[in-house]
Design a protein around this ligand. Structure first.
Ligand code: NAG
Length: 332
């Protein structure tokens, strides 16, 4: 024992000395490269991060502020997760997604919940005073995640595209027209400062899912989103002091009478930040194109809106793209 530990010391000291000097040399080069060139060059891989530092003047003092990291997933992120999948030996073969010891469908899970089978629970009068915000079982098993045509995960795609296209920061103000069960809205709410996300939604059941399940289960109640039940493009409950950086409607305008869409746009133009603010509309803009090309442009122009064109955005996780039309306010 004594011999081997002595041997250990004999070996470690030169190794230690070597690594210390190596570190010193590395540090020397690092420091000299930093001092010789005050580098304002972009990061070596511009795709890996969008972080920049901006000088912001607040009340006469200049404060350095780190502008938010990029929003969309980067190539590095994708390579990283692919490496993790490889390193952990996860292959896309039959059975790889088979469920655990007690496989349950959503319907069976709901049955379990309703019958309290196999789940610890309070009985009698105790059943009513331990749960602060009792949630309907249908929501707990996330039936609403398959209420709409598209996969729930597509909400992230929409958020990444819209937030980057309109250059949002956490300080921005966003209005969604028809946020449903918050498939998209959750991502905005998480990203934005409290009270900066607003939404008008007419469907009661969707709002139930939003308030009773999504916000509490995602830990987002403290973000205090202003979600108002209403229809007919009535935005009066949102007050008149907020100017929006982004107003968007995902698969909503195509289900509304053209006339009502125009009423909504007319009401919203004055609430959109001039020039920098954006309105995004998904799928198509038949409410406008049906008027004929020139008429469409003219009508938009009379409201002070300019069509900046069409975009397509690919989904991260499934074979799908979304079409978006971008508008800005062209007059102050
Ligand atoms: C819940 O109510 C029961 C019956 O009234 C009572 O005995 C119990 O202490 C209460 N528990 C809590 C956590 O308030």
């Amino acid at each position: 024992m004594a011999l081997s530990s002595q041997k250990g010391i004999v070996i470690t000291i030169p190794v230690l000395v070597l690594s210390v000097s190596a570190a010193a040399i590395f540090l020397f080069f690092l420091l000299s490269s930093l001092s010789s060139s005050p580098c304002t060059c972009p990061p070596s891989n511009p795709d890996s991060t969008l972080t920049t530092t901006a000088a912001v003047v607040t009340g006469g003092t200049v404060v350095a502020e780190v502008v938010d990291r990029r929003i969309s997933v980067s190539r590095d992120d994708i390579e990283w997760v692919k490496d993790q999948i490889r390193a952990n030996g996860l292959h896309m073969q039959d059975n790889v997604l088979r469920k655990g010891i007690n496989p349950r469908t959503r319907a069976q899970q709901l049955e379990d919940l309703n019958n309290f089978k196999g789940i610890s629970h309070y009985e009698g009068s105790e059943a009513n005073n331990h749960t602060a915000l009792p949630c309907p079982g249908e929501l707990l098993v996330e039936e609403h995640h398959s209420n709409y045509g598209e996969p729930w995960a597509g909400g992230r795609d929409v958020f990444e595209f819209l937030a980057e296209s309109s250059r949002l920061t956490a300080n921005s103000h966003v209005l969604e027209i028809g946020c449903g069960t918050l498939r998209v809205g959750l991502h905005f709410i998480r990203y934005l400062k409290p009270e900066h996300f607003h939404c008008l939604e007419r469907d009661k059941l969707s709002l139930m899912a939003a308030f009773r399940y999504e916000l509490p289960s995602q830990g987002l109640l403290h973000k205090r989103p202003l979600i108002v039940r209403g229809e007919d493009m009535d935005f009066t409950k949102f007050g008149s002091d907020v100017m929006y950086d982004l107003i968007y409607a995902s698969a909503v305008f195509l289900h509304m009478p053209d006339k009502l869409v125009w009423v909504g746009l007319e009401r919203l133009v004055s609430r959109l930040k001039p020039y920098d603010g954006r309105i995004f509309v998904s799928h198509n803009i038949k409410f406008c194109s049906r008027l004929g090309g020139d008429e469409c442009t003219k009508r938009l122009g009379s409201l002070g809106l300019e069509n900046l064109g069409k975009h397509t955005h690919d989904s991260l996780l499934f074979n799908h793209y979304e079409i978006w039309f971008e508008f800005r306010r062209s007059k102050a």
